[in-house]
Design a protein around this ligand. Sequence first.
Ligand code: HEC
Length: 115
Amino acid sequence: MIARYALILVILALPFTAAADLEKGKAIFMERCITCHGTEGKGDGPIAAGLPADMKPRDLQTGTMKVAVDDAKFKELILKGGTAFGLNALMPPQAGLSDADIASLIEFVHSLRKK
Ligand code: HEC
């Protein structure tokens, strides 16, 4: 009987343990992405200003992606960086992020989208 309740509790808790944390994602974005993509993801960070037009960081508010068309691809892009997919080498690979960190970061980037 107790085992059955424990199982139900685990099942109820599952969606929450895997859930992306938007605040965490924001913190990671502010730490690792805004120099190029800007605080609101418009691709207008301080480094972007000095780049030629064909090297500009993507405007993440449009949600138009060449590689990161779904969350699995987005995760791969974050881990491997732009060069792995024929994108601009300026888009750097990220080290030291857990799966949960990456899920949170992706969720935050989705939240930037304006439509
Ligand atoms: C040093 C500058 C720089 C930093 C830092 C940077 N990016 Fe980028 N990013 C770029 C550039 C440049 C592109 C455009 C690549 C292209 O289209 O060839 C890009 C493209 C992208 C794209 C579009 C990919 C696609 O499929 O079209 C996403 C999403 C993205 N970056 C997310 C991030 C996230 C999230 C971070 C922080 C973890 C980050 N970037 C950090 C420069 C940067």
